[in-house]
Design a protein around this ligand. Sequence first.
Ligand SMILES: C[S@@+](CC[C@H](N)C(=O)[O-])C[C@H]1O[C@@H](n2cnc3c(N)ncnc32)[C@H](O)[C@@H]1O
Length: 271
Amino acid sequence: MTTDGHDHGRRRYLTAKRGVDERARNERVRRRLVAELPATARVTEWGPGVGLSVPTLYDWTRVSSYLGVDADPALVAFARHLLPRLLARRGDEQSGERRFAVGDALDTETRPCDLLYAQSFFDLVAVERALDAVRRAVKPGGVAYAPLTFDGRTTLLPRHPADETVLGAFHDSIDATGGQSRAATALVESLGDRDATLLGVGSSDWVVRPRPDGYRGDERYFLASILDIVAETVGERATTDGWLTTRRTQLADGRLTYMAHNYDVLWRPAP
Ligand SMILES: C[S@@+](CC[C@H](N)C(=O)[O-])C[C@H]1O[C@@H](n2cnc3c(N)ncnc32)[C@H](O)[C@@H]1O
């Protein structure tokens, strides 16, 4: 694939993911987050992707300043282009600094924030190192919110005899490449060891299924991307017993259901 094709694919995947995320978000944890925020909040986001969380945050609170740090320069360039347009379309009145920066979020020095937001992020990093960085990034009394944090269970329906081989290899390879497939469990466990105050934990499973009129929005594309991600990650094992071909055919026929187990986690780091 060309670089541009790859970038376009990532952007489209992250945009299609938004509806899946909003259905899955745990409302109890979200309400607790909003109750914990000051009247105007300084926000830092790790791994914002195309930046679609910013309008969502604006729906919840007044944001005095926003900084999103993402490792992918192409996504950051797109987020810079997209955000003013999204806010203009909403007729948004909120002022204040809004900025995206390229870098490893865990190594980027930022002004201490009231809210650190990291969505679908913690499975990509080593949790202990990330929690040290959270403590540096958040003001005393501030909070960290990690919604849609994967917890190592992927289900595809109808079941296939090679699911355990392929999806097991997928989860193992997340663990082998510096992340953690059971990221939410690791997060909650480490927060307990660190005397952080756990303010809310609730499940937020992704469910994408065909309805009588097909998949919602661009969710067929979202599922095709998930299959591509699994295939790229596990290599030849994705073809075990015709797994990948069968899954792609089921998706094309509108017969594939996908469920992934996530949690939303909200905490106050120890001072
Ligand atoms: C799964 S995507 C989630 C994007 C967005 N938060 C969402 O939920 O749609 C993960 C994002 O984190 C970024 N990322 C991964 N590791 C990172 C790191 N160490 N520092 C900053 N960004 C990182 C990726 O480039 C990607 O944009």
